[in-house]
Design a protein around this ligand. Structure first.
Ligand code: NOJ
Length: 761
């Protein structure tokens, strides 16, 4: 008979305090040293002693079996739970999370998570530390690469899709893994874009911007969340009882497991809220953090704290219950080996179907920012229209960078490099000349820093040739080619954890290369590899066609060839604003209006910057949120509302007609935003509320419909993080529809409802 909650009650009743505390200890057996803490090196002994509840960072089925065997020798045989940082794929690496969000295709997102779950489960992994759903509006932050971008609505849909993909319909199935929503919460808003830095935000912003994806992920059934490293309004999240327990658990109804982030409990000392390890452990546990990752402060101190009367044993029991319930949900009490056994039979790793999905994903996430004269797609290789392509740049033969950051189990050896993909597509019909053209960066110290996370292969290797010699070689190749395709951008570890930047430009050696390629006069396609929004003003001028390919993972070569030769449509739309320049960030389309909204060159006292030219919007990005072109050209009618006056719980139907004016099929992402011109608090100028990715045949017209309800109009009135309510206020609303957050057309409706003129209460 399947084990149930009665079994957990019985088990808990038989556990000693020490055994319960053991379940709260989450370790990694690796030998690395991070944040000054020596990673656990005596894992086997501790498992035997009942001092470990979960292990993460495991890379093989053999290791899982060995450790689980040890757990099965303990008095109560409580199974271990195994976790891993599976962020955008396990072995089949998909585009970065930021890129997957750019697909605006939640079926695709769900499918990538499903593949990742099957691959991870097959080696015995029970839980993945994903999805990361930190909304981020500051591209200096390196971890924006792991996030779904700047918008809470898009991030919420992403959270749901990822959770559904990982967990499937039944978490106890051997090919399902537990999702972990992270980092809870506010982590995307660190001061100055610096990792781990303090976050100060209003309770209303917390509820309207930061929390929605966590709530959406929770409602989709996420089994766990991970606390974040930052302080939130002065309180470190690992000690934040108000937000974790009082708000998320008690008020919003979260019933799952909470894990610490790496040494996050111990770091309460560095955050200066705990005087010693014992105090840190008590603070963490009573805040609601069930498992202590790596720091072992729970293991070392909680028993003494209970014995000394400084901690109620009930807190330990409650946390232990949640660990055991997670294991129960995962089916581990029925069979601790069931994922391993299934995986051995199913062999789901790096299958042709997985690779095919990764290949499709590349086109779906790639964002076309400019396509002068319809340069893209390039003529099909066998069309005879072009004979030679010069493929230039430090990434064209590269494998190591292509997986991007946080691909811990991914391998460079399985990556299809861009040059291979293009050569394969070209066959004998077309010649592909390649040249490196520039180093990713020229500074040795910077290369060393960018390689700091590389334990297998270096991602930045400086060529000893002079920059001039490399550029000359590239220019020579371009001069005999019909078209130049330059692949430039960031090294993979320019983004990711502890990888913030003070500059959002493509590194200078590569900019010099682009200038030289432009000077040849040949048509120039620029493909940008990046883990964050970059400031691409110069590249947008130099390039005839500009594509953002992010880091595309295992199948980047094939996927990019599909895009360049038009076998697939680049259908990504930006999940975060790309600024003109660094000084504009943080930046979002969903900003609140100011009292001085119209910047102009010689106008005094308006919002904006004195050193920005007048011919560019001062406070908007170069490429707005939601922006992306396709290979078709799509025209929109203004949105039509089925009525313009509504009351209470009415539903509003909004339709728009989109027409593909082009001669080839295209994919269009129709976006609906709502603006609230008068409310009791100043509301963002527009907020995304719905979107639909539609396939349009050549010359086809489609009508796209959306339904708007009062649930799309509400916002938070929040005095404190817990004293908060959502409400909607009657009045006028502008319903915008368009291809991105900027180029919308609107219809105004008046929705009769509660009135709170100038009155927040
Ligand atoms: C630290 C990171 O912040 C988190 O995202 C990750 O899951 C853990 N380390 C475990 O590796």
């Amino acid at each position: 008979m399947k084990k149930d909650k009665d079994f957990i009650d019985d088990l808990l009743g038989r556990m000693t305090l020490s055994e319960k505390i053991g379940q709260l200890n989450l370790v990694t057996p690796g030998g690395e040293t991070l944040t000054g803490t020596v990673v656990n090196t005596d894992v086997a002994d501790k498992i035997r002693a009942g001092h470990i509840g979960g292990i993460f960072g495991i890379k093989s089925a053999e290791a899982v079996r060995v450790f689980q065997d040890l757990a099965q020798e303990t008095r109560l045989k409580v199974p271990l739970m195994f976790a891993e940082d599976v962020i955008h794929g396990q072995k089949t690496i998909f585009p970065l999370p930021l890129a997957l969000a750019a697909s605006w295709d939640m079926d695709l997102v769900r499918a990538t998570a499903r593949v990742a779950a099957r691959e991870a489960a097959s080696i015995g992994i029970d839980q993945v530390y994903s999805p990361m759903v930190d909304v981020c509006r500051d591209p200096r932050w390196g971890r924006i690469a792991e996030s779904p971008g700047e918008d809470p609505f898009l991030a919420s849909r992403f959270a749901e899709a990822m959770v559904e993909g990982y967990q499937g319909a039944d978490l106890s199935r051997p090919d399902a893994v537990m999702a972990c929503l992270k980092h809870f919460c506010g982590y995307g808003g660190g001061m100055g874009g610096r990792d781990y830095d303090a976050v100060d935000l209003s309770p209303a912003t917390l509820h309207d911007v930061v929390l929605p994806p966590f709530v959406a992920g929770m409602r989709a059934g996420a089994g766990s969340i991970m606390a974040s490293f930052n302080t939130l309004n002065g309180v470190p999240m690992h000690a934040n009882r108000a937000v974790i327990t009082e708000l998320f658990r008690e008020k919003l109804g979260y019933g799952g497991l909470v894990v610490a982030d790496y040494t996050g409990i111990l770091e309460l000392i560095a955050h200066s809220v705990a005087s010693d390890r014992a105090a840190a452990a008590r603070l963490g546990l009573t805040a609601g953090v069930d498992m202590d990752m790596v720091s072992e402060t729970y293991l070392d101190t909680l028993e003494d704290s209970v014995m000394a009367g400084r901690l109620d044993e009930a807190e330990v029991t409650a946390a232990c219950r949640r660990v055991l319930e997670a294991k129960l949900a995962l089916g581990l009490f029925d069979d601790p080996y069931h994922r391993l056994d299934w995986g051995r039979a199913a062999q789901p790793i790096l299958t042709a179907a997985n690779r095919q999905l990764a290949r499709q994903a590349v086109a779906a996430v790639t964002v076309l920012l400019k396509n002068e004269g319809g340069l893209l797609p390039l003529p099909a290789p066998d069309s005879g229209k072009i004979g030679t392509i010069a493929l230039i740049g430090p990434f064209v033969e590269d494998r190591v960078n292509m997986n991007g950051t946080w691909a811990v189990a991914g391998s460079a050896s399985t990556v299809v490099p861009i040059a291979d993909g293009l050569r394969e597509a070209a066959g004998n019909a077309l010649s592909i000349l390649t040249a490196k053209g520039a180093n990713i960066v020229d500074e040795p110290w910077l290369a060393t820093r960018l390689n700091v996370h590389d334990w297998k292969e270096l991602s930045v290797v400086i060529d000893t040739r002079s920059p001039e010699a490399m550029i000359a070689e590239a220019v020579a190749a371009v001069s005999v080619a019909d078209v130049a395709v330059a692949v430039v951008g960031e090294a993979r570890e320019y983004s990711g954890e502890s990888s913030s930047r003070t500059d959002l430009s493509i590194p200078e050696p590569q900019k010099k290369l682009l200038r030289a390629l432009k000077a040849t006069g040949k048509p120039l396609v620029v493909v940008v590899m990046t883990g964050r929004p970059l400031a691409l003003a110069e590249e947008a001028l130099l390039a005839d066609a500009l594509l953002v390919a992010w880091f595309g993972g295992t199948e980047i070569g094939h996927g990019l060839a599909d895009v360049l030769f038009g076998k697939a449509e680049p259908s990504g739309r930006l999940p975060a604003t790309f600024p003109y320049c660094l000084g504009q960030v943080p930046l979002t389309y969903a900003h609140r209006p100011t009292g001085r909204p119209t910047p102009g060159r010689f106008e005094k006292f308006t919002t904006g910057y004195v050193d920005r030219p007048d011919d560019v919007p001062q406070n908007d990005g170069l490429f707005p949120f939601g922006f992306g072109l396709g290979y078709g050209k799509v025209a929109y009618t203004p949105p039509r509302a089925d009525r313009t006056t509504l009351t209470g719980d009415d539903r509003l139907d909004v339709t728009v007609t989109v027409t593909n004016l082009g001669d080839r099929p295209t994919l269009e992402t129709v976006q609906l935003y709502i603006g609230d011109p008068v409310a009791s608090i100043s509301r963002p100028v527009k907020e995304l509320k719905a979107f639909r990715k539609v396939a349009l045949a050549a010359r086809a017209t489609e009508t796209v419909s959306f339904t708007v309800t009062v649930a799309d109009l509400d916002f938070s009135i929040a005095e404190t993080v817990t004293d908060t309510r959502r409400r909607w206020e009657g009045g006028a609303f502008d319903i915008h529809v368009g291809p991105n957050s900027c180029d919308t057309q609107a219809v105004r409706v008046v929705w009769d409802g509660p009135q709170f003129e100038g009155n927040r209460t």
